[in-house]
Design a protein around this ligand. Structure first.
Ligand code: HEM
Length: 225
């Protein structure tokens, strides 16, 4: 019991410290790209610019949680002892993603996000698609996060639990669609990137592709029994 409390404390500590570091790096990048290079007014830092850092930080936290399994599969000695951290990174990543969803809805208007709207003030097709994928992914992630709680985990059959946990990969693929639908046009036009800095949506997409590829590799080389 004492041991479980100690590892829980350690788990939250690692996840929170990692979040702070990842968020600060992402926030610095966002301020440099949008405020310094693109001239977005400093008034928009508290929500509009920091929301980009929250979005990227949530992808990185969830990505770390998902890639630990494949890493431990290919290098057991180095990574297996850290597997317990998956839960903490995943749940924190979900919380940050939820915060990103709420902030996005607060700002959601043509003046903040002109690329999502037509002149008539309605969403464009890619705007609707992108938001649909975002909402679906947060819906699935919430089920994954709830079943990660120890009290819920105890009451669920292990196979059902694993099934819900694995849905997390589908939710992550939906986030890839969320950012691709909103960003692909900008990704193809590098001349529009301020000071050559990659769009945050592209950085997130590359991180998700890396994690999903690692998972596919594990599926392609199942453990010998
Ligand atoms: C209710 C669900 C969601 C809504 C309403 C939503 C909304 C948005 C909006 C409006 C943007 C554009 C932000 C900008 O250009 O400044 C965005 C970008 C983004 N979202 Fe979401 N989102 C949702 C869920 C998610 C989830 C679950 C994740 C990740 C786990 C995520 C990750 C991202 C990323 C990485 C970007 C790119 C940020 C950028 O390019 O600056 N979103 N989302």
């Amino acid at each position: 019991m004492k041991n479980r409390h100690a590892s829980r404390k350690q788990g939250w500590k690692w996840a929170l410290v990692s979040f702070l570091i990842i968020f600060l790096v992402a926030f610095g990048y966002a301020v440099l790209r949008y405020n310094v290079m693109k001239g977005v007014p400093a008034d928009q830092i508290p929500l509009y610019v920091s929301n980009k850092a929250f979005a990227l930080a949530s992808v990185v936290l969830i990505g770390i949680s998902f890639i630990m399994g494949p890493l431990a599969r290919f290098n057991q000695r180095k990574f297996a002892h850290g597997l317990y951290l998956r839960k903490y990174f995943g749940v924190l990543g979900f919380g940050v993603a939820a915060m990103h969803g709420v902030i996005s809805l607060l700002l959601f208007s043509p003046s903040y996000y002109p690329r999502f709207f037509t002149e008539a003030g309605k969403l464009t097709f890619s705007g609707e698609l992108s938001m649909l994928f975002g909402v679906l992914s947060i819906f699935i992630f919430s089920a994954v996060a709830v079943t990660s709680l120890p009290s819920v985990e105890k009451g669920v059959h292990p196979r059902q639990w694993l099934f819900v946990q694995r849905l997390g990969y589908i939710a992550f693929a939906l986030v890839l669609l969320h950012v691709t639908a909103m960003g692909w046009k900008g990704w193809l036009d590098a001349s529009g990137w301020p000071a050559g800095m990659l769009p945050i949506s592209l950085i997130a997409a590359l991180a998700i592709i890396l994690v999903l590829a690692a998972r596919l590799l594990v599926m392609a080389f199942p453990r010998k029994r």
